[in-house]
Design a protein around this ligand. Structure first.
Ligand SMILES: CC(C)(COP(=O)(O)OP(=O)(O)OC[C@H]1O[C@@H](n2cnc3c(N)ncnc32)[C@H](O)[C@@H]1OP(=O)(O)O)[C@@H](O)C(=O)NCCC(=O)NCCS
Length: 145
């Protein structure tokens, strides 16, 4: 529930972490009040949509053409996201198959009132498939050589 007089929301104290140095920054975005759920935190579906966009960045380089998300293999909401957080999405390729690419996305929040400290808020694993003009799986360029 939102904060109300005498009933403040409990604040979770997650440890600050270092940003990854072995992954690529694929997206930065700040959620708005219009992205909140009934609790006043950011709606999980909004976070999932951003992760899906961020997740496509590295596979797109490999697929060199049309792609579709075939699976969200894992999605963990570790900490709530709040209005005004600066979110950083880091990606790393986990598997390149014949037609598919699996990528891990880690999301870190820099709280609006606590700049310079990063909290890990989300961890996800997604798989994208290269597709042809008819929407059928397409062999990746590097797998075809
Ligand atoms: C993506 C799509 C074309 C794949 O077609 P398909 O007939 O299921 O494909 P296949 O069974 O041949 O699998 C294709 C690849 O996806 C992988 N794959 C399929 N299901 C998977 C799953 N649940 N998890 C991980 N990988 C999966 C396969 O292992 C294969 O990879 P590989 O060739 O690298 O070994 C089809 O499922 C589709 O159109 N889905 C809807 C996509 C969509 O609308 N996404 C949301 C909006 S982008």
């Amino acid at each position: 529930m939102p904060d109300s007089p005498g009933h403040p929301r409990p604040r979770l104290h997650a440890p600050a972490v270092e940003l990854p140095t072995d992954q690529e920054l694929v997206l930065k975005v700040i959620p708005l009040p219009s992205d909140t759920n009934a609790n006043g935190d950011i709606f999980g579906g909004w976070v999932m949509a951003q992760v899906d966009l961020a997740g496509a960045v590295l596979p797109a380089r490999i697929a060199q053409g049309r792609m579709a998300t075939v699976a969200v293999n894992e999605f963990i909401f570790k900490q709530p996201v709040r209005v005004g957080d600066i979110l950083s999405f880091f990606g790393s390729i986990k598997r390149i198959g014949r037609t598919s690419i699996t990528v891990q996305i880690e999301v870190f929040a820099e709280r609006f009132s606590d700049q310079g400290r990063y909290i890990k808020v989300t961890d996800a694993l997604l798989t994208y498939v290269a597709i042809d003009d008819q929407g059928r799986p397409r062999v990746l360029p590097q797998a075809a050589t």
